[in-house]
Design a protein around this ligand. Structure first.
Ligand SMILES: NC(=O)c1ccc[n+]([C@@H]2O[C@H](COP(=O)([O-])OP(=O)(O)OC[C@H]3O[C@@H](n4cnc5c(N)ncnc54)[C@H](OP(=O)(O)O)[C@@H]3O)[C@@H](O)[C@H]2O)c1
Length: 329
């Protein structure tokens, strides 16, 4: 199978190559793609060097699958061109996620919606993926009424240039800024751009995408997304109000038995999820599970995952694996 990795030089693209190396997609030809700036440069895959090609050269090869991590504008322009030659595009940007004609997929939750007709498939936002991995099994059991999310998001979520800004600031330099302010020793209540209603686009994604993935628009979400000087993954403080009463031990059991979720919840031993330890891992970690004492049928918990792995590359590769396993590509 010919697989194009679009955005192969980027933060997500580099992890994509690593995840593809580790897993079993039957790749016969890897086609790394990046901007015109990088064409001719090399990337490493399975100990071999591959030359980066342009979008048009990649389209000419007619890959079976193209995994895009190159920004929304690039996806809007080029995903349809790949689709036209028969390629299935799995897109990491926000370009197609809320398009009613496109599927938004977390394989553990809704891979069953995919069909042979889906030529552009959207990978959800990184902070959405780790959130729904925990919300979905609890919604099935207790019926969610409302969710309040506050995120503590890694700079790797903004891309390579943001990691460069943080690392330069740590060294005491004054680099060109990706964020409007210094990020080292700071917390910015500002992820992505502000919309007209004063929410950021990241917050809007967190409020809309879970309903589409979970196929349930009967519950409400509100979100505050904060960028912190962390690199290993995104963290989320989540308050969940249910329609039905729950049992704390049962909640722990449900989450410990959910594929892809790891329970880390033993405060007596200071055991809880942290981004430093989620880095490089594919699982979503959940802990600090406790009753909200301010109102009934309400839970607080803490979710952490590596935004570049399950939040982006791993989820996209899992979609590709599902397509192959079910003869949809
Ligand atoms: N970081 C995350 O946690 C995360 C999670 C989920 C989704 N995403 C999404 O994934 C995408 C990439 O994010 P990132 O963090 O990896 O950004 P990044 O580190 O800035 O990398 C961007 C990549 O896109 C390529 N690119 C830029 N313009 C292009 C063009 N016109 N044609 C072809 N390739 C082009 C770049 O190539 P050059 O090196 O040649 O410039 C680079 O490979 C974004 O859409 C982002 O929203 C990111």
């Amino acid at each position: 199978m010919k697989v194009a990795v679009v955005g192969a030089t980027g933060m997500v693209g580099q992890v994509m190559l690593k995840v593809l190396e580790e897993r079993d997609l039957p790749i016969t030809e890897l086609i790394p793609v990046a901007s015109e700036r990088s064409v001719g440069n090399k990337v490493k895959f399975k100990d071999k060097e591959f030359t980066i090609v342009s979008m048009n050269d990649a389209i000419a090869v007619k890959p079976e699958i193209a995994i895009f991590s190159a920004g929304g504008g690039t996806s809007l322009e080029f995903a349809p061109k790949f689709a036209e030659v028969g390629t299935v595009v799995i897109d990491n940007s926000s370009a197609w996620r809320m398009d009613p004609t496109k599927k938004l997929v977390v394989p553990e939750i809704n891979a069953n919606v995919l069909t042979k007709e889906d030529k552009i498939i959207a990978n959800p936002n990184c902070s959405t993926i780790q959130l729904v991995m925990v919300l979905h099994p609890l919604n099935q059991k207790y019926d969610i009424k409302r969710v309040i999310i506050s995120t503590y998001q890694s700079v790797t979520g903004t891309g390579k240039a943001a990691v460069d800004q943080l690392n330069a600031e740590i060294k005491g330099e004054s680099p060109e800024k990706v964020y409007p302010y210094q990020i080292f020793k700071n917390a910015l209540p500002h992820c992505d751009v502000f919309a007209d209603d004063d929410y950021t686009k990241e917050e809007i994604k967190l409020m809309k995408e879970p309903k589409k993935i979970m196929g349930d628009d009967t519950f409400n979400l509100t979100a505050t997304a904060v960028r912190v000087p962390v690199q290993g993954g995104h963290s989320e403080s989540v308050n969940i109000e249910f329609e039905n009463e729950f049992d704390l031990e049962e909640v722990r059991k449900i989450l410990s038995e959910t594929p892809g979720v790891v329970l880390q919840d033993n405060v007596k031993n200071n055991e809880y999820p942290m981004p430093l330890y989620s880095e490089g891992k594919d699982e979503v970690f959940v802990g600090r599970i406790r009753r909200d004492l301010s109102q009934p049928k309400t839970l607080n918990l803490w979710i952490v995952a590596d935004n570049l792995r399950k939040g982006a590359a791993t989820n996209a590769v899992q979609i590709a694996e599902y397509l192959v396993a079910n003869n949809l590509v």
